[in-house]
Design a protein around this ligand. Structure first.
Ligand code: GAR
Length: 198
C-alpha cells in the first residue's frame, strides 16, 4: 500500500511533531512525514523539523483575513500532495469550510480527556473541577471545536498538590506515545481506539 503523506501543523515547540516525524521514519511505517507547517515563523519546532530532514513552510496568520490564511495553507498542503494533516500544538481554530475540504483527514491532539475541557487552560480546569484523573485525546477534527470522533486517549492520575504545570509536564511524555500510536493505526486504515495509562 502507498504510504500516506503526512503534514504536521505546529505553532510552537513542536515536541509532539518530532515524535510523529521520528515514528514515521521507522522502517515499514504506513506514513511518511513530508511537511511541517507553522503559522509562526519563530516557532522553535521549525528548526527541529529541518534537523529531522523534513521540509518546512511558514503560513503566517497575522494581519490578514482567516479565509486568506487558510487559502494559502490549503495551497501549501496540496502542493505537497498531503493525505493527512496532524495538528500538534497548532493554536489556530480551522474554519468549517477548511475542515470540510479535508474531512476525515485532520487529526488533533488536545490536552484533556475529551469531551471534558474543550478549548484552553485544560490543566487548570481539570484541577479546578477536582478531577482524580486527567489526560490527552487524539481525535478527528470536525467543524465543532475539540468534538470530533475520539481515536485515542492517555490517562494520568492527578496527585495532591499538583499544579497545572505539573500536570502538563507529566502528560506530555504520554502524548508523545499516544499520537504516534494513533497515527500509525489511522494511516493503515484502522479506526480502533488507543487507550494508554500512566
Ligand atoms: C501539547 O500539550 C498539546 O496537547 C497542546 O499543546 C502542547 C503542544 O506541545 N495542544 C493544544 O493545547 C491544542 N489546543 P508541543 O508543541 O511540544 O507538541
Amino acid at each position: 500500500m502507498k504510504r500516506k503523506r503526512i503534514a504536521v501543523l505546529i505553532s510552537g515547540s513542536g515536541s509532539n511533531m518530532m515524535r510523529l516525524v521520528e515514528s514515521c521514519q521507522t522502517a515499514g511505517h504506513p506514513a511518511e512525514a513530508v511537511l511541517v507547517v507553522s503559522n509562526k515563523a519563530e516557532a522553535a519546532g521549525l528548526a527541529k523539523a529541518e534537523a529531522l530532514g523534513v521540509k518546512t513552510a511558514v503560513v503566517d496568520h497575522r494581519g490578514r483575513e482567516k479565509a486568506d490564511f487558510e487559502a494559502e495553507l490549503d495551497a501549501t498542503l496540496r502542493a505537497a500532495d498531503v493525505d493527512i494533516i496532524c495538528l500538534a500544538g497548532f493554536m489556530r481554530v480551522l474554519s468549517a469550510a477548511f475542515v470540510k475540504d479535508w474531512a476525515e483527514r485532520i487529526l488533533n491532539i488536545h490536552p484533556s480527556l475529551l469531551p471534558l475541557f474543550k478549548g484552553l487552560d485544560t490543566h487548570q480546569r481539570a484541577l479546578d473541577a477536582g478531577m482524580a484523573v486527567h489526560g490527552a485525546t487524539v481525535h478527528l477534527v470536525t467543524a465543532d471545536l475539540d468534538a470530533g470522533p475520539i481515536l485515542g486517549q492517555a490517562v494520568i492520575p492527578v496527585r495532591d498538590g499538583d499544579s497545572a504545570a505539573d500536570l502538563a509536564a507529566r502528560l506530555l511524555p504520554l502524548e508523545h506515545q499516544l499520537y504516534p500510536e494513533v497515527l500509525e493505526r489511522f494511516a493503515s486504515g484502522s479506526r480502533g481506539r488507543v487507550a494508554l495509562f500512566a
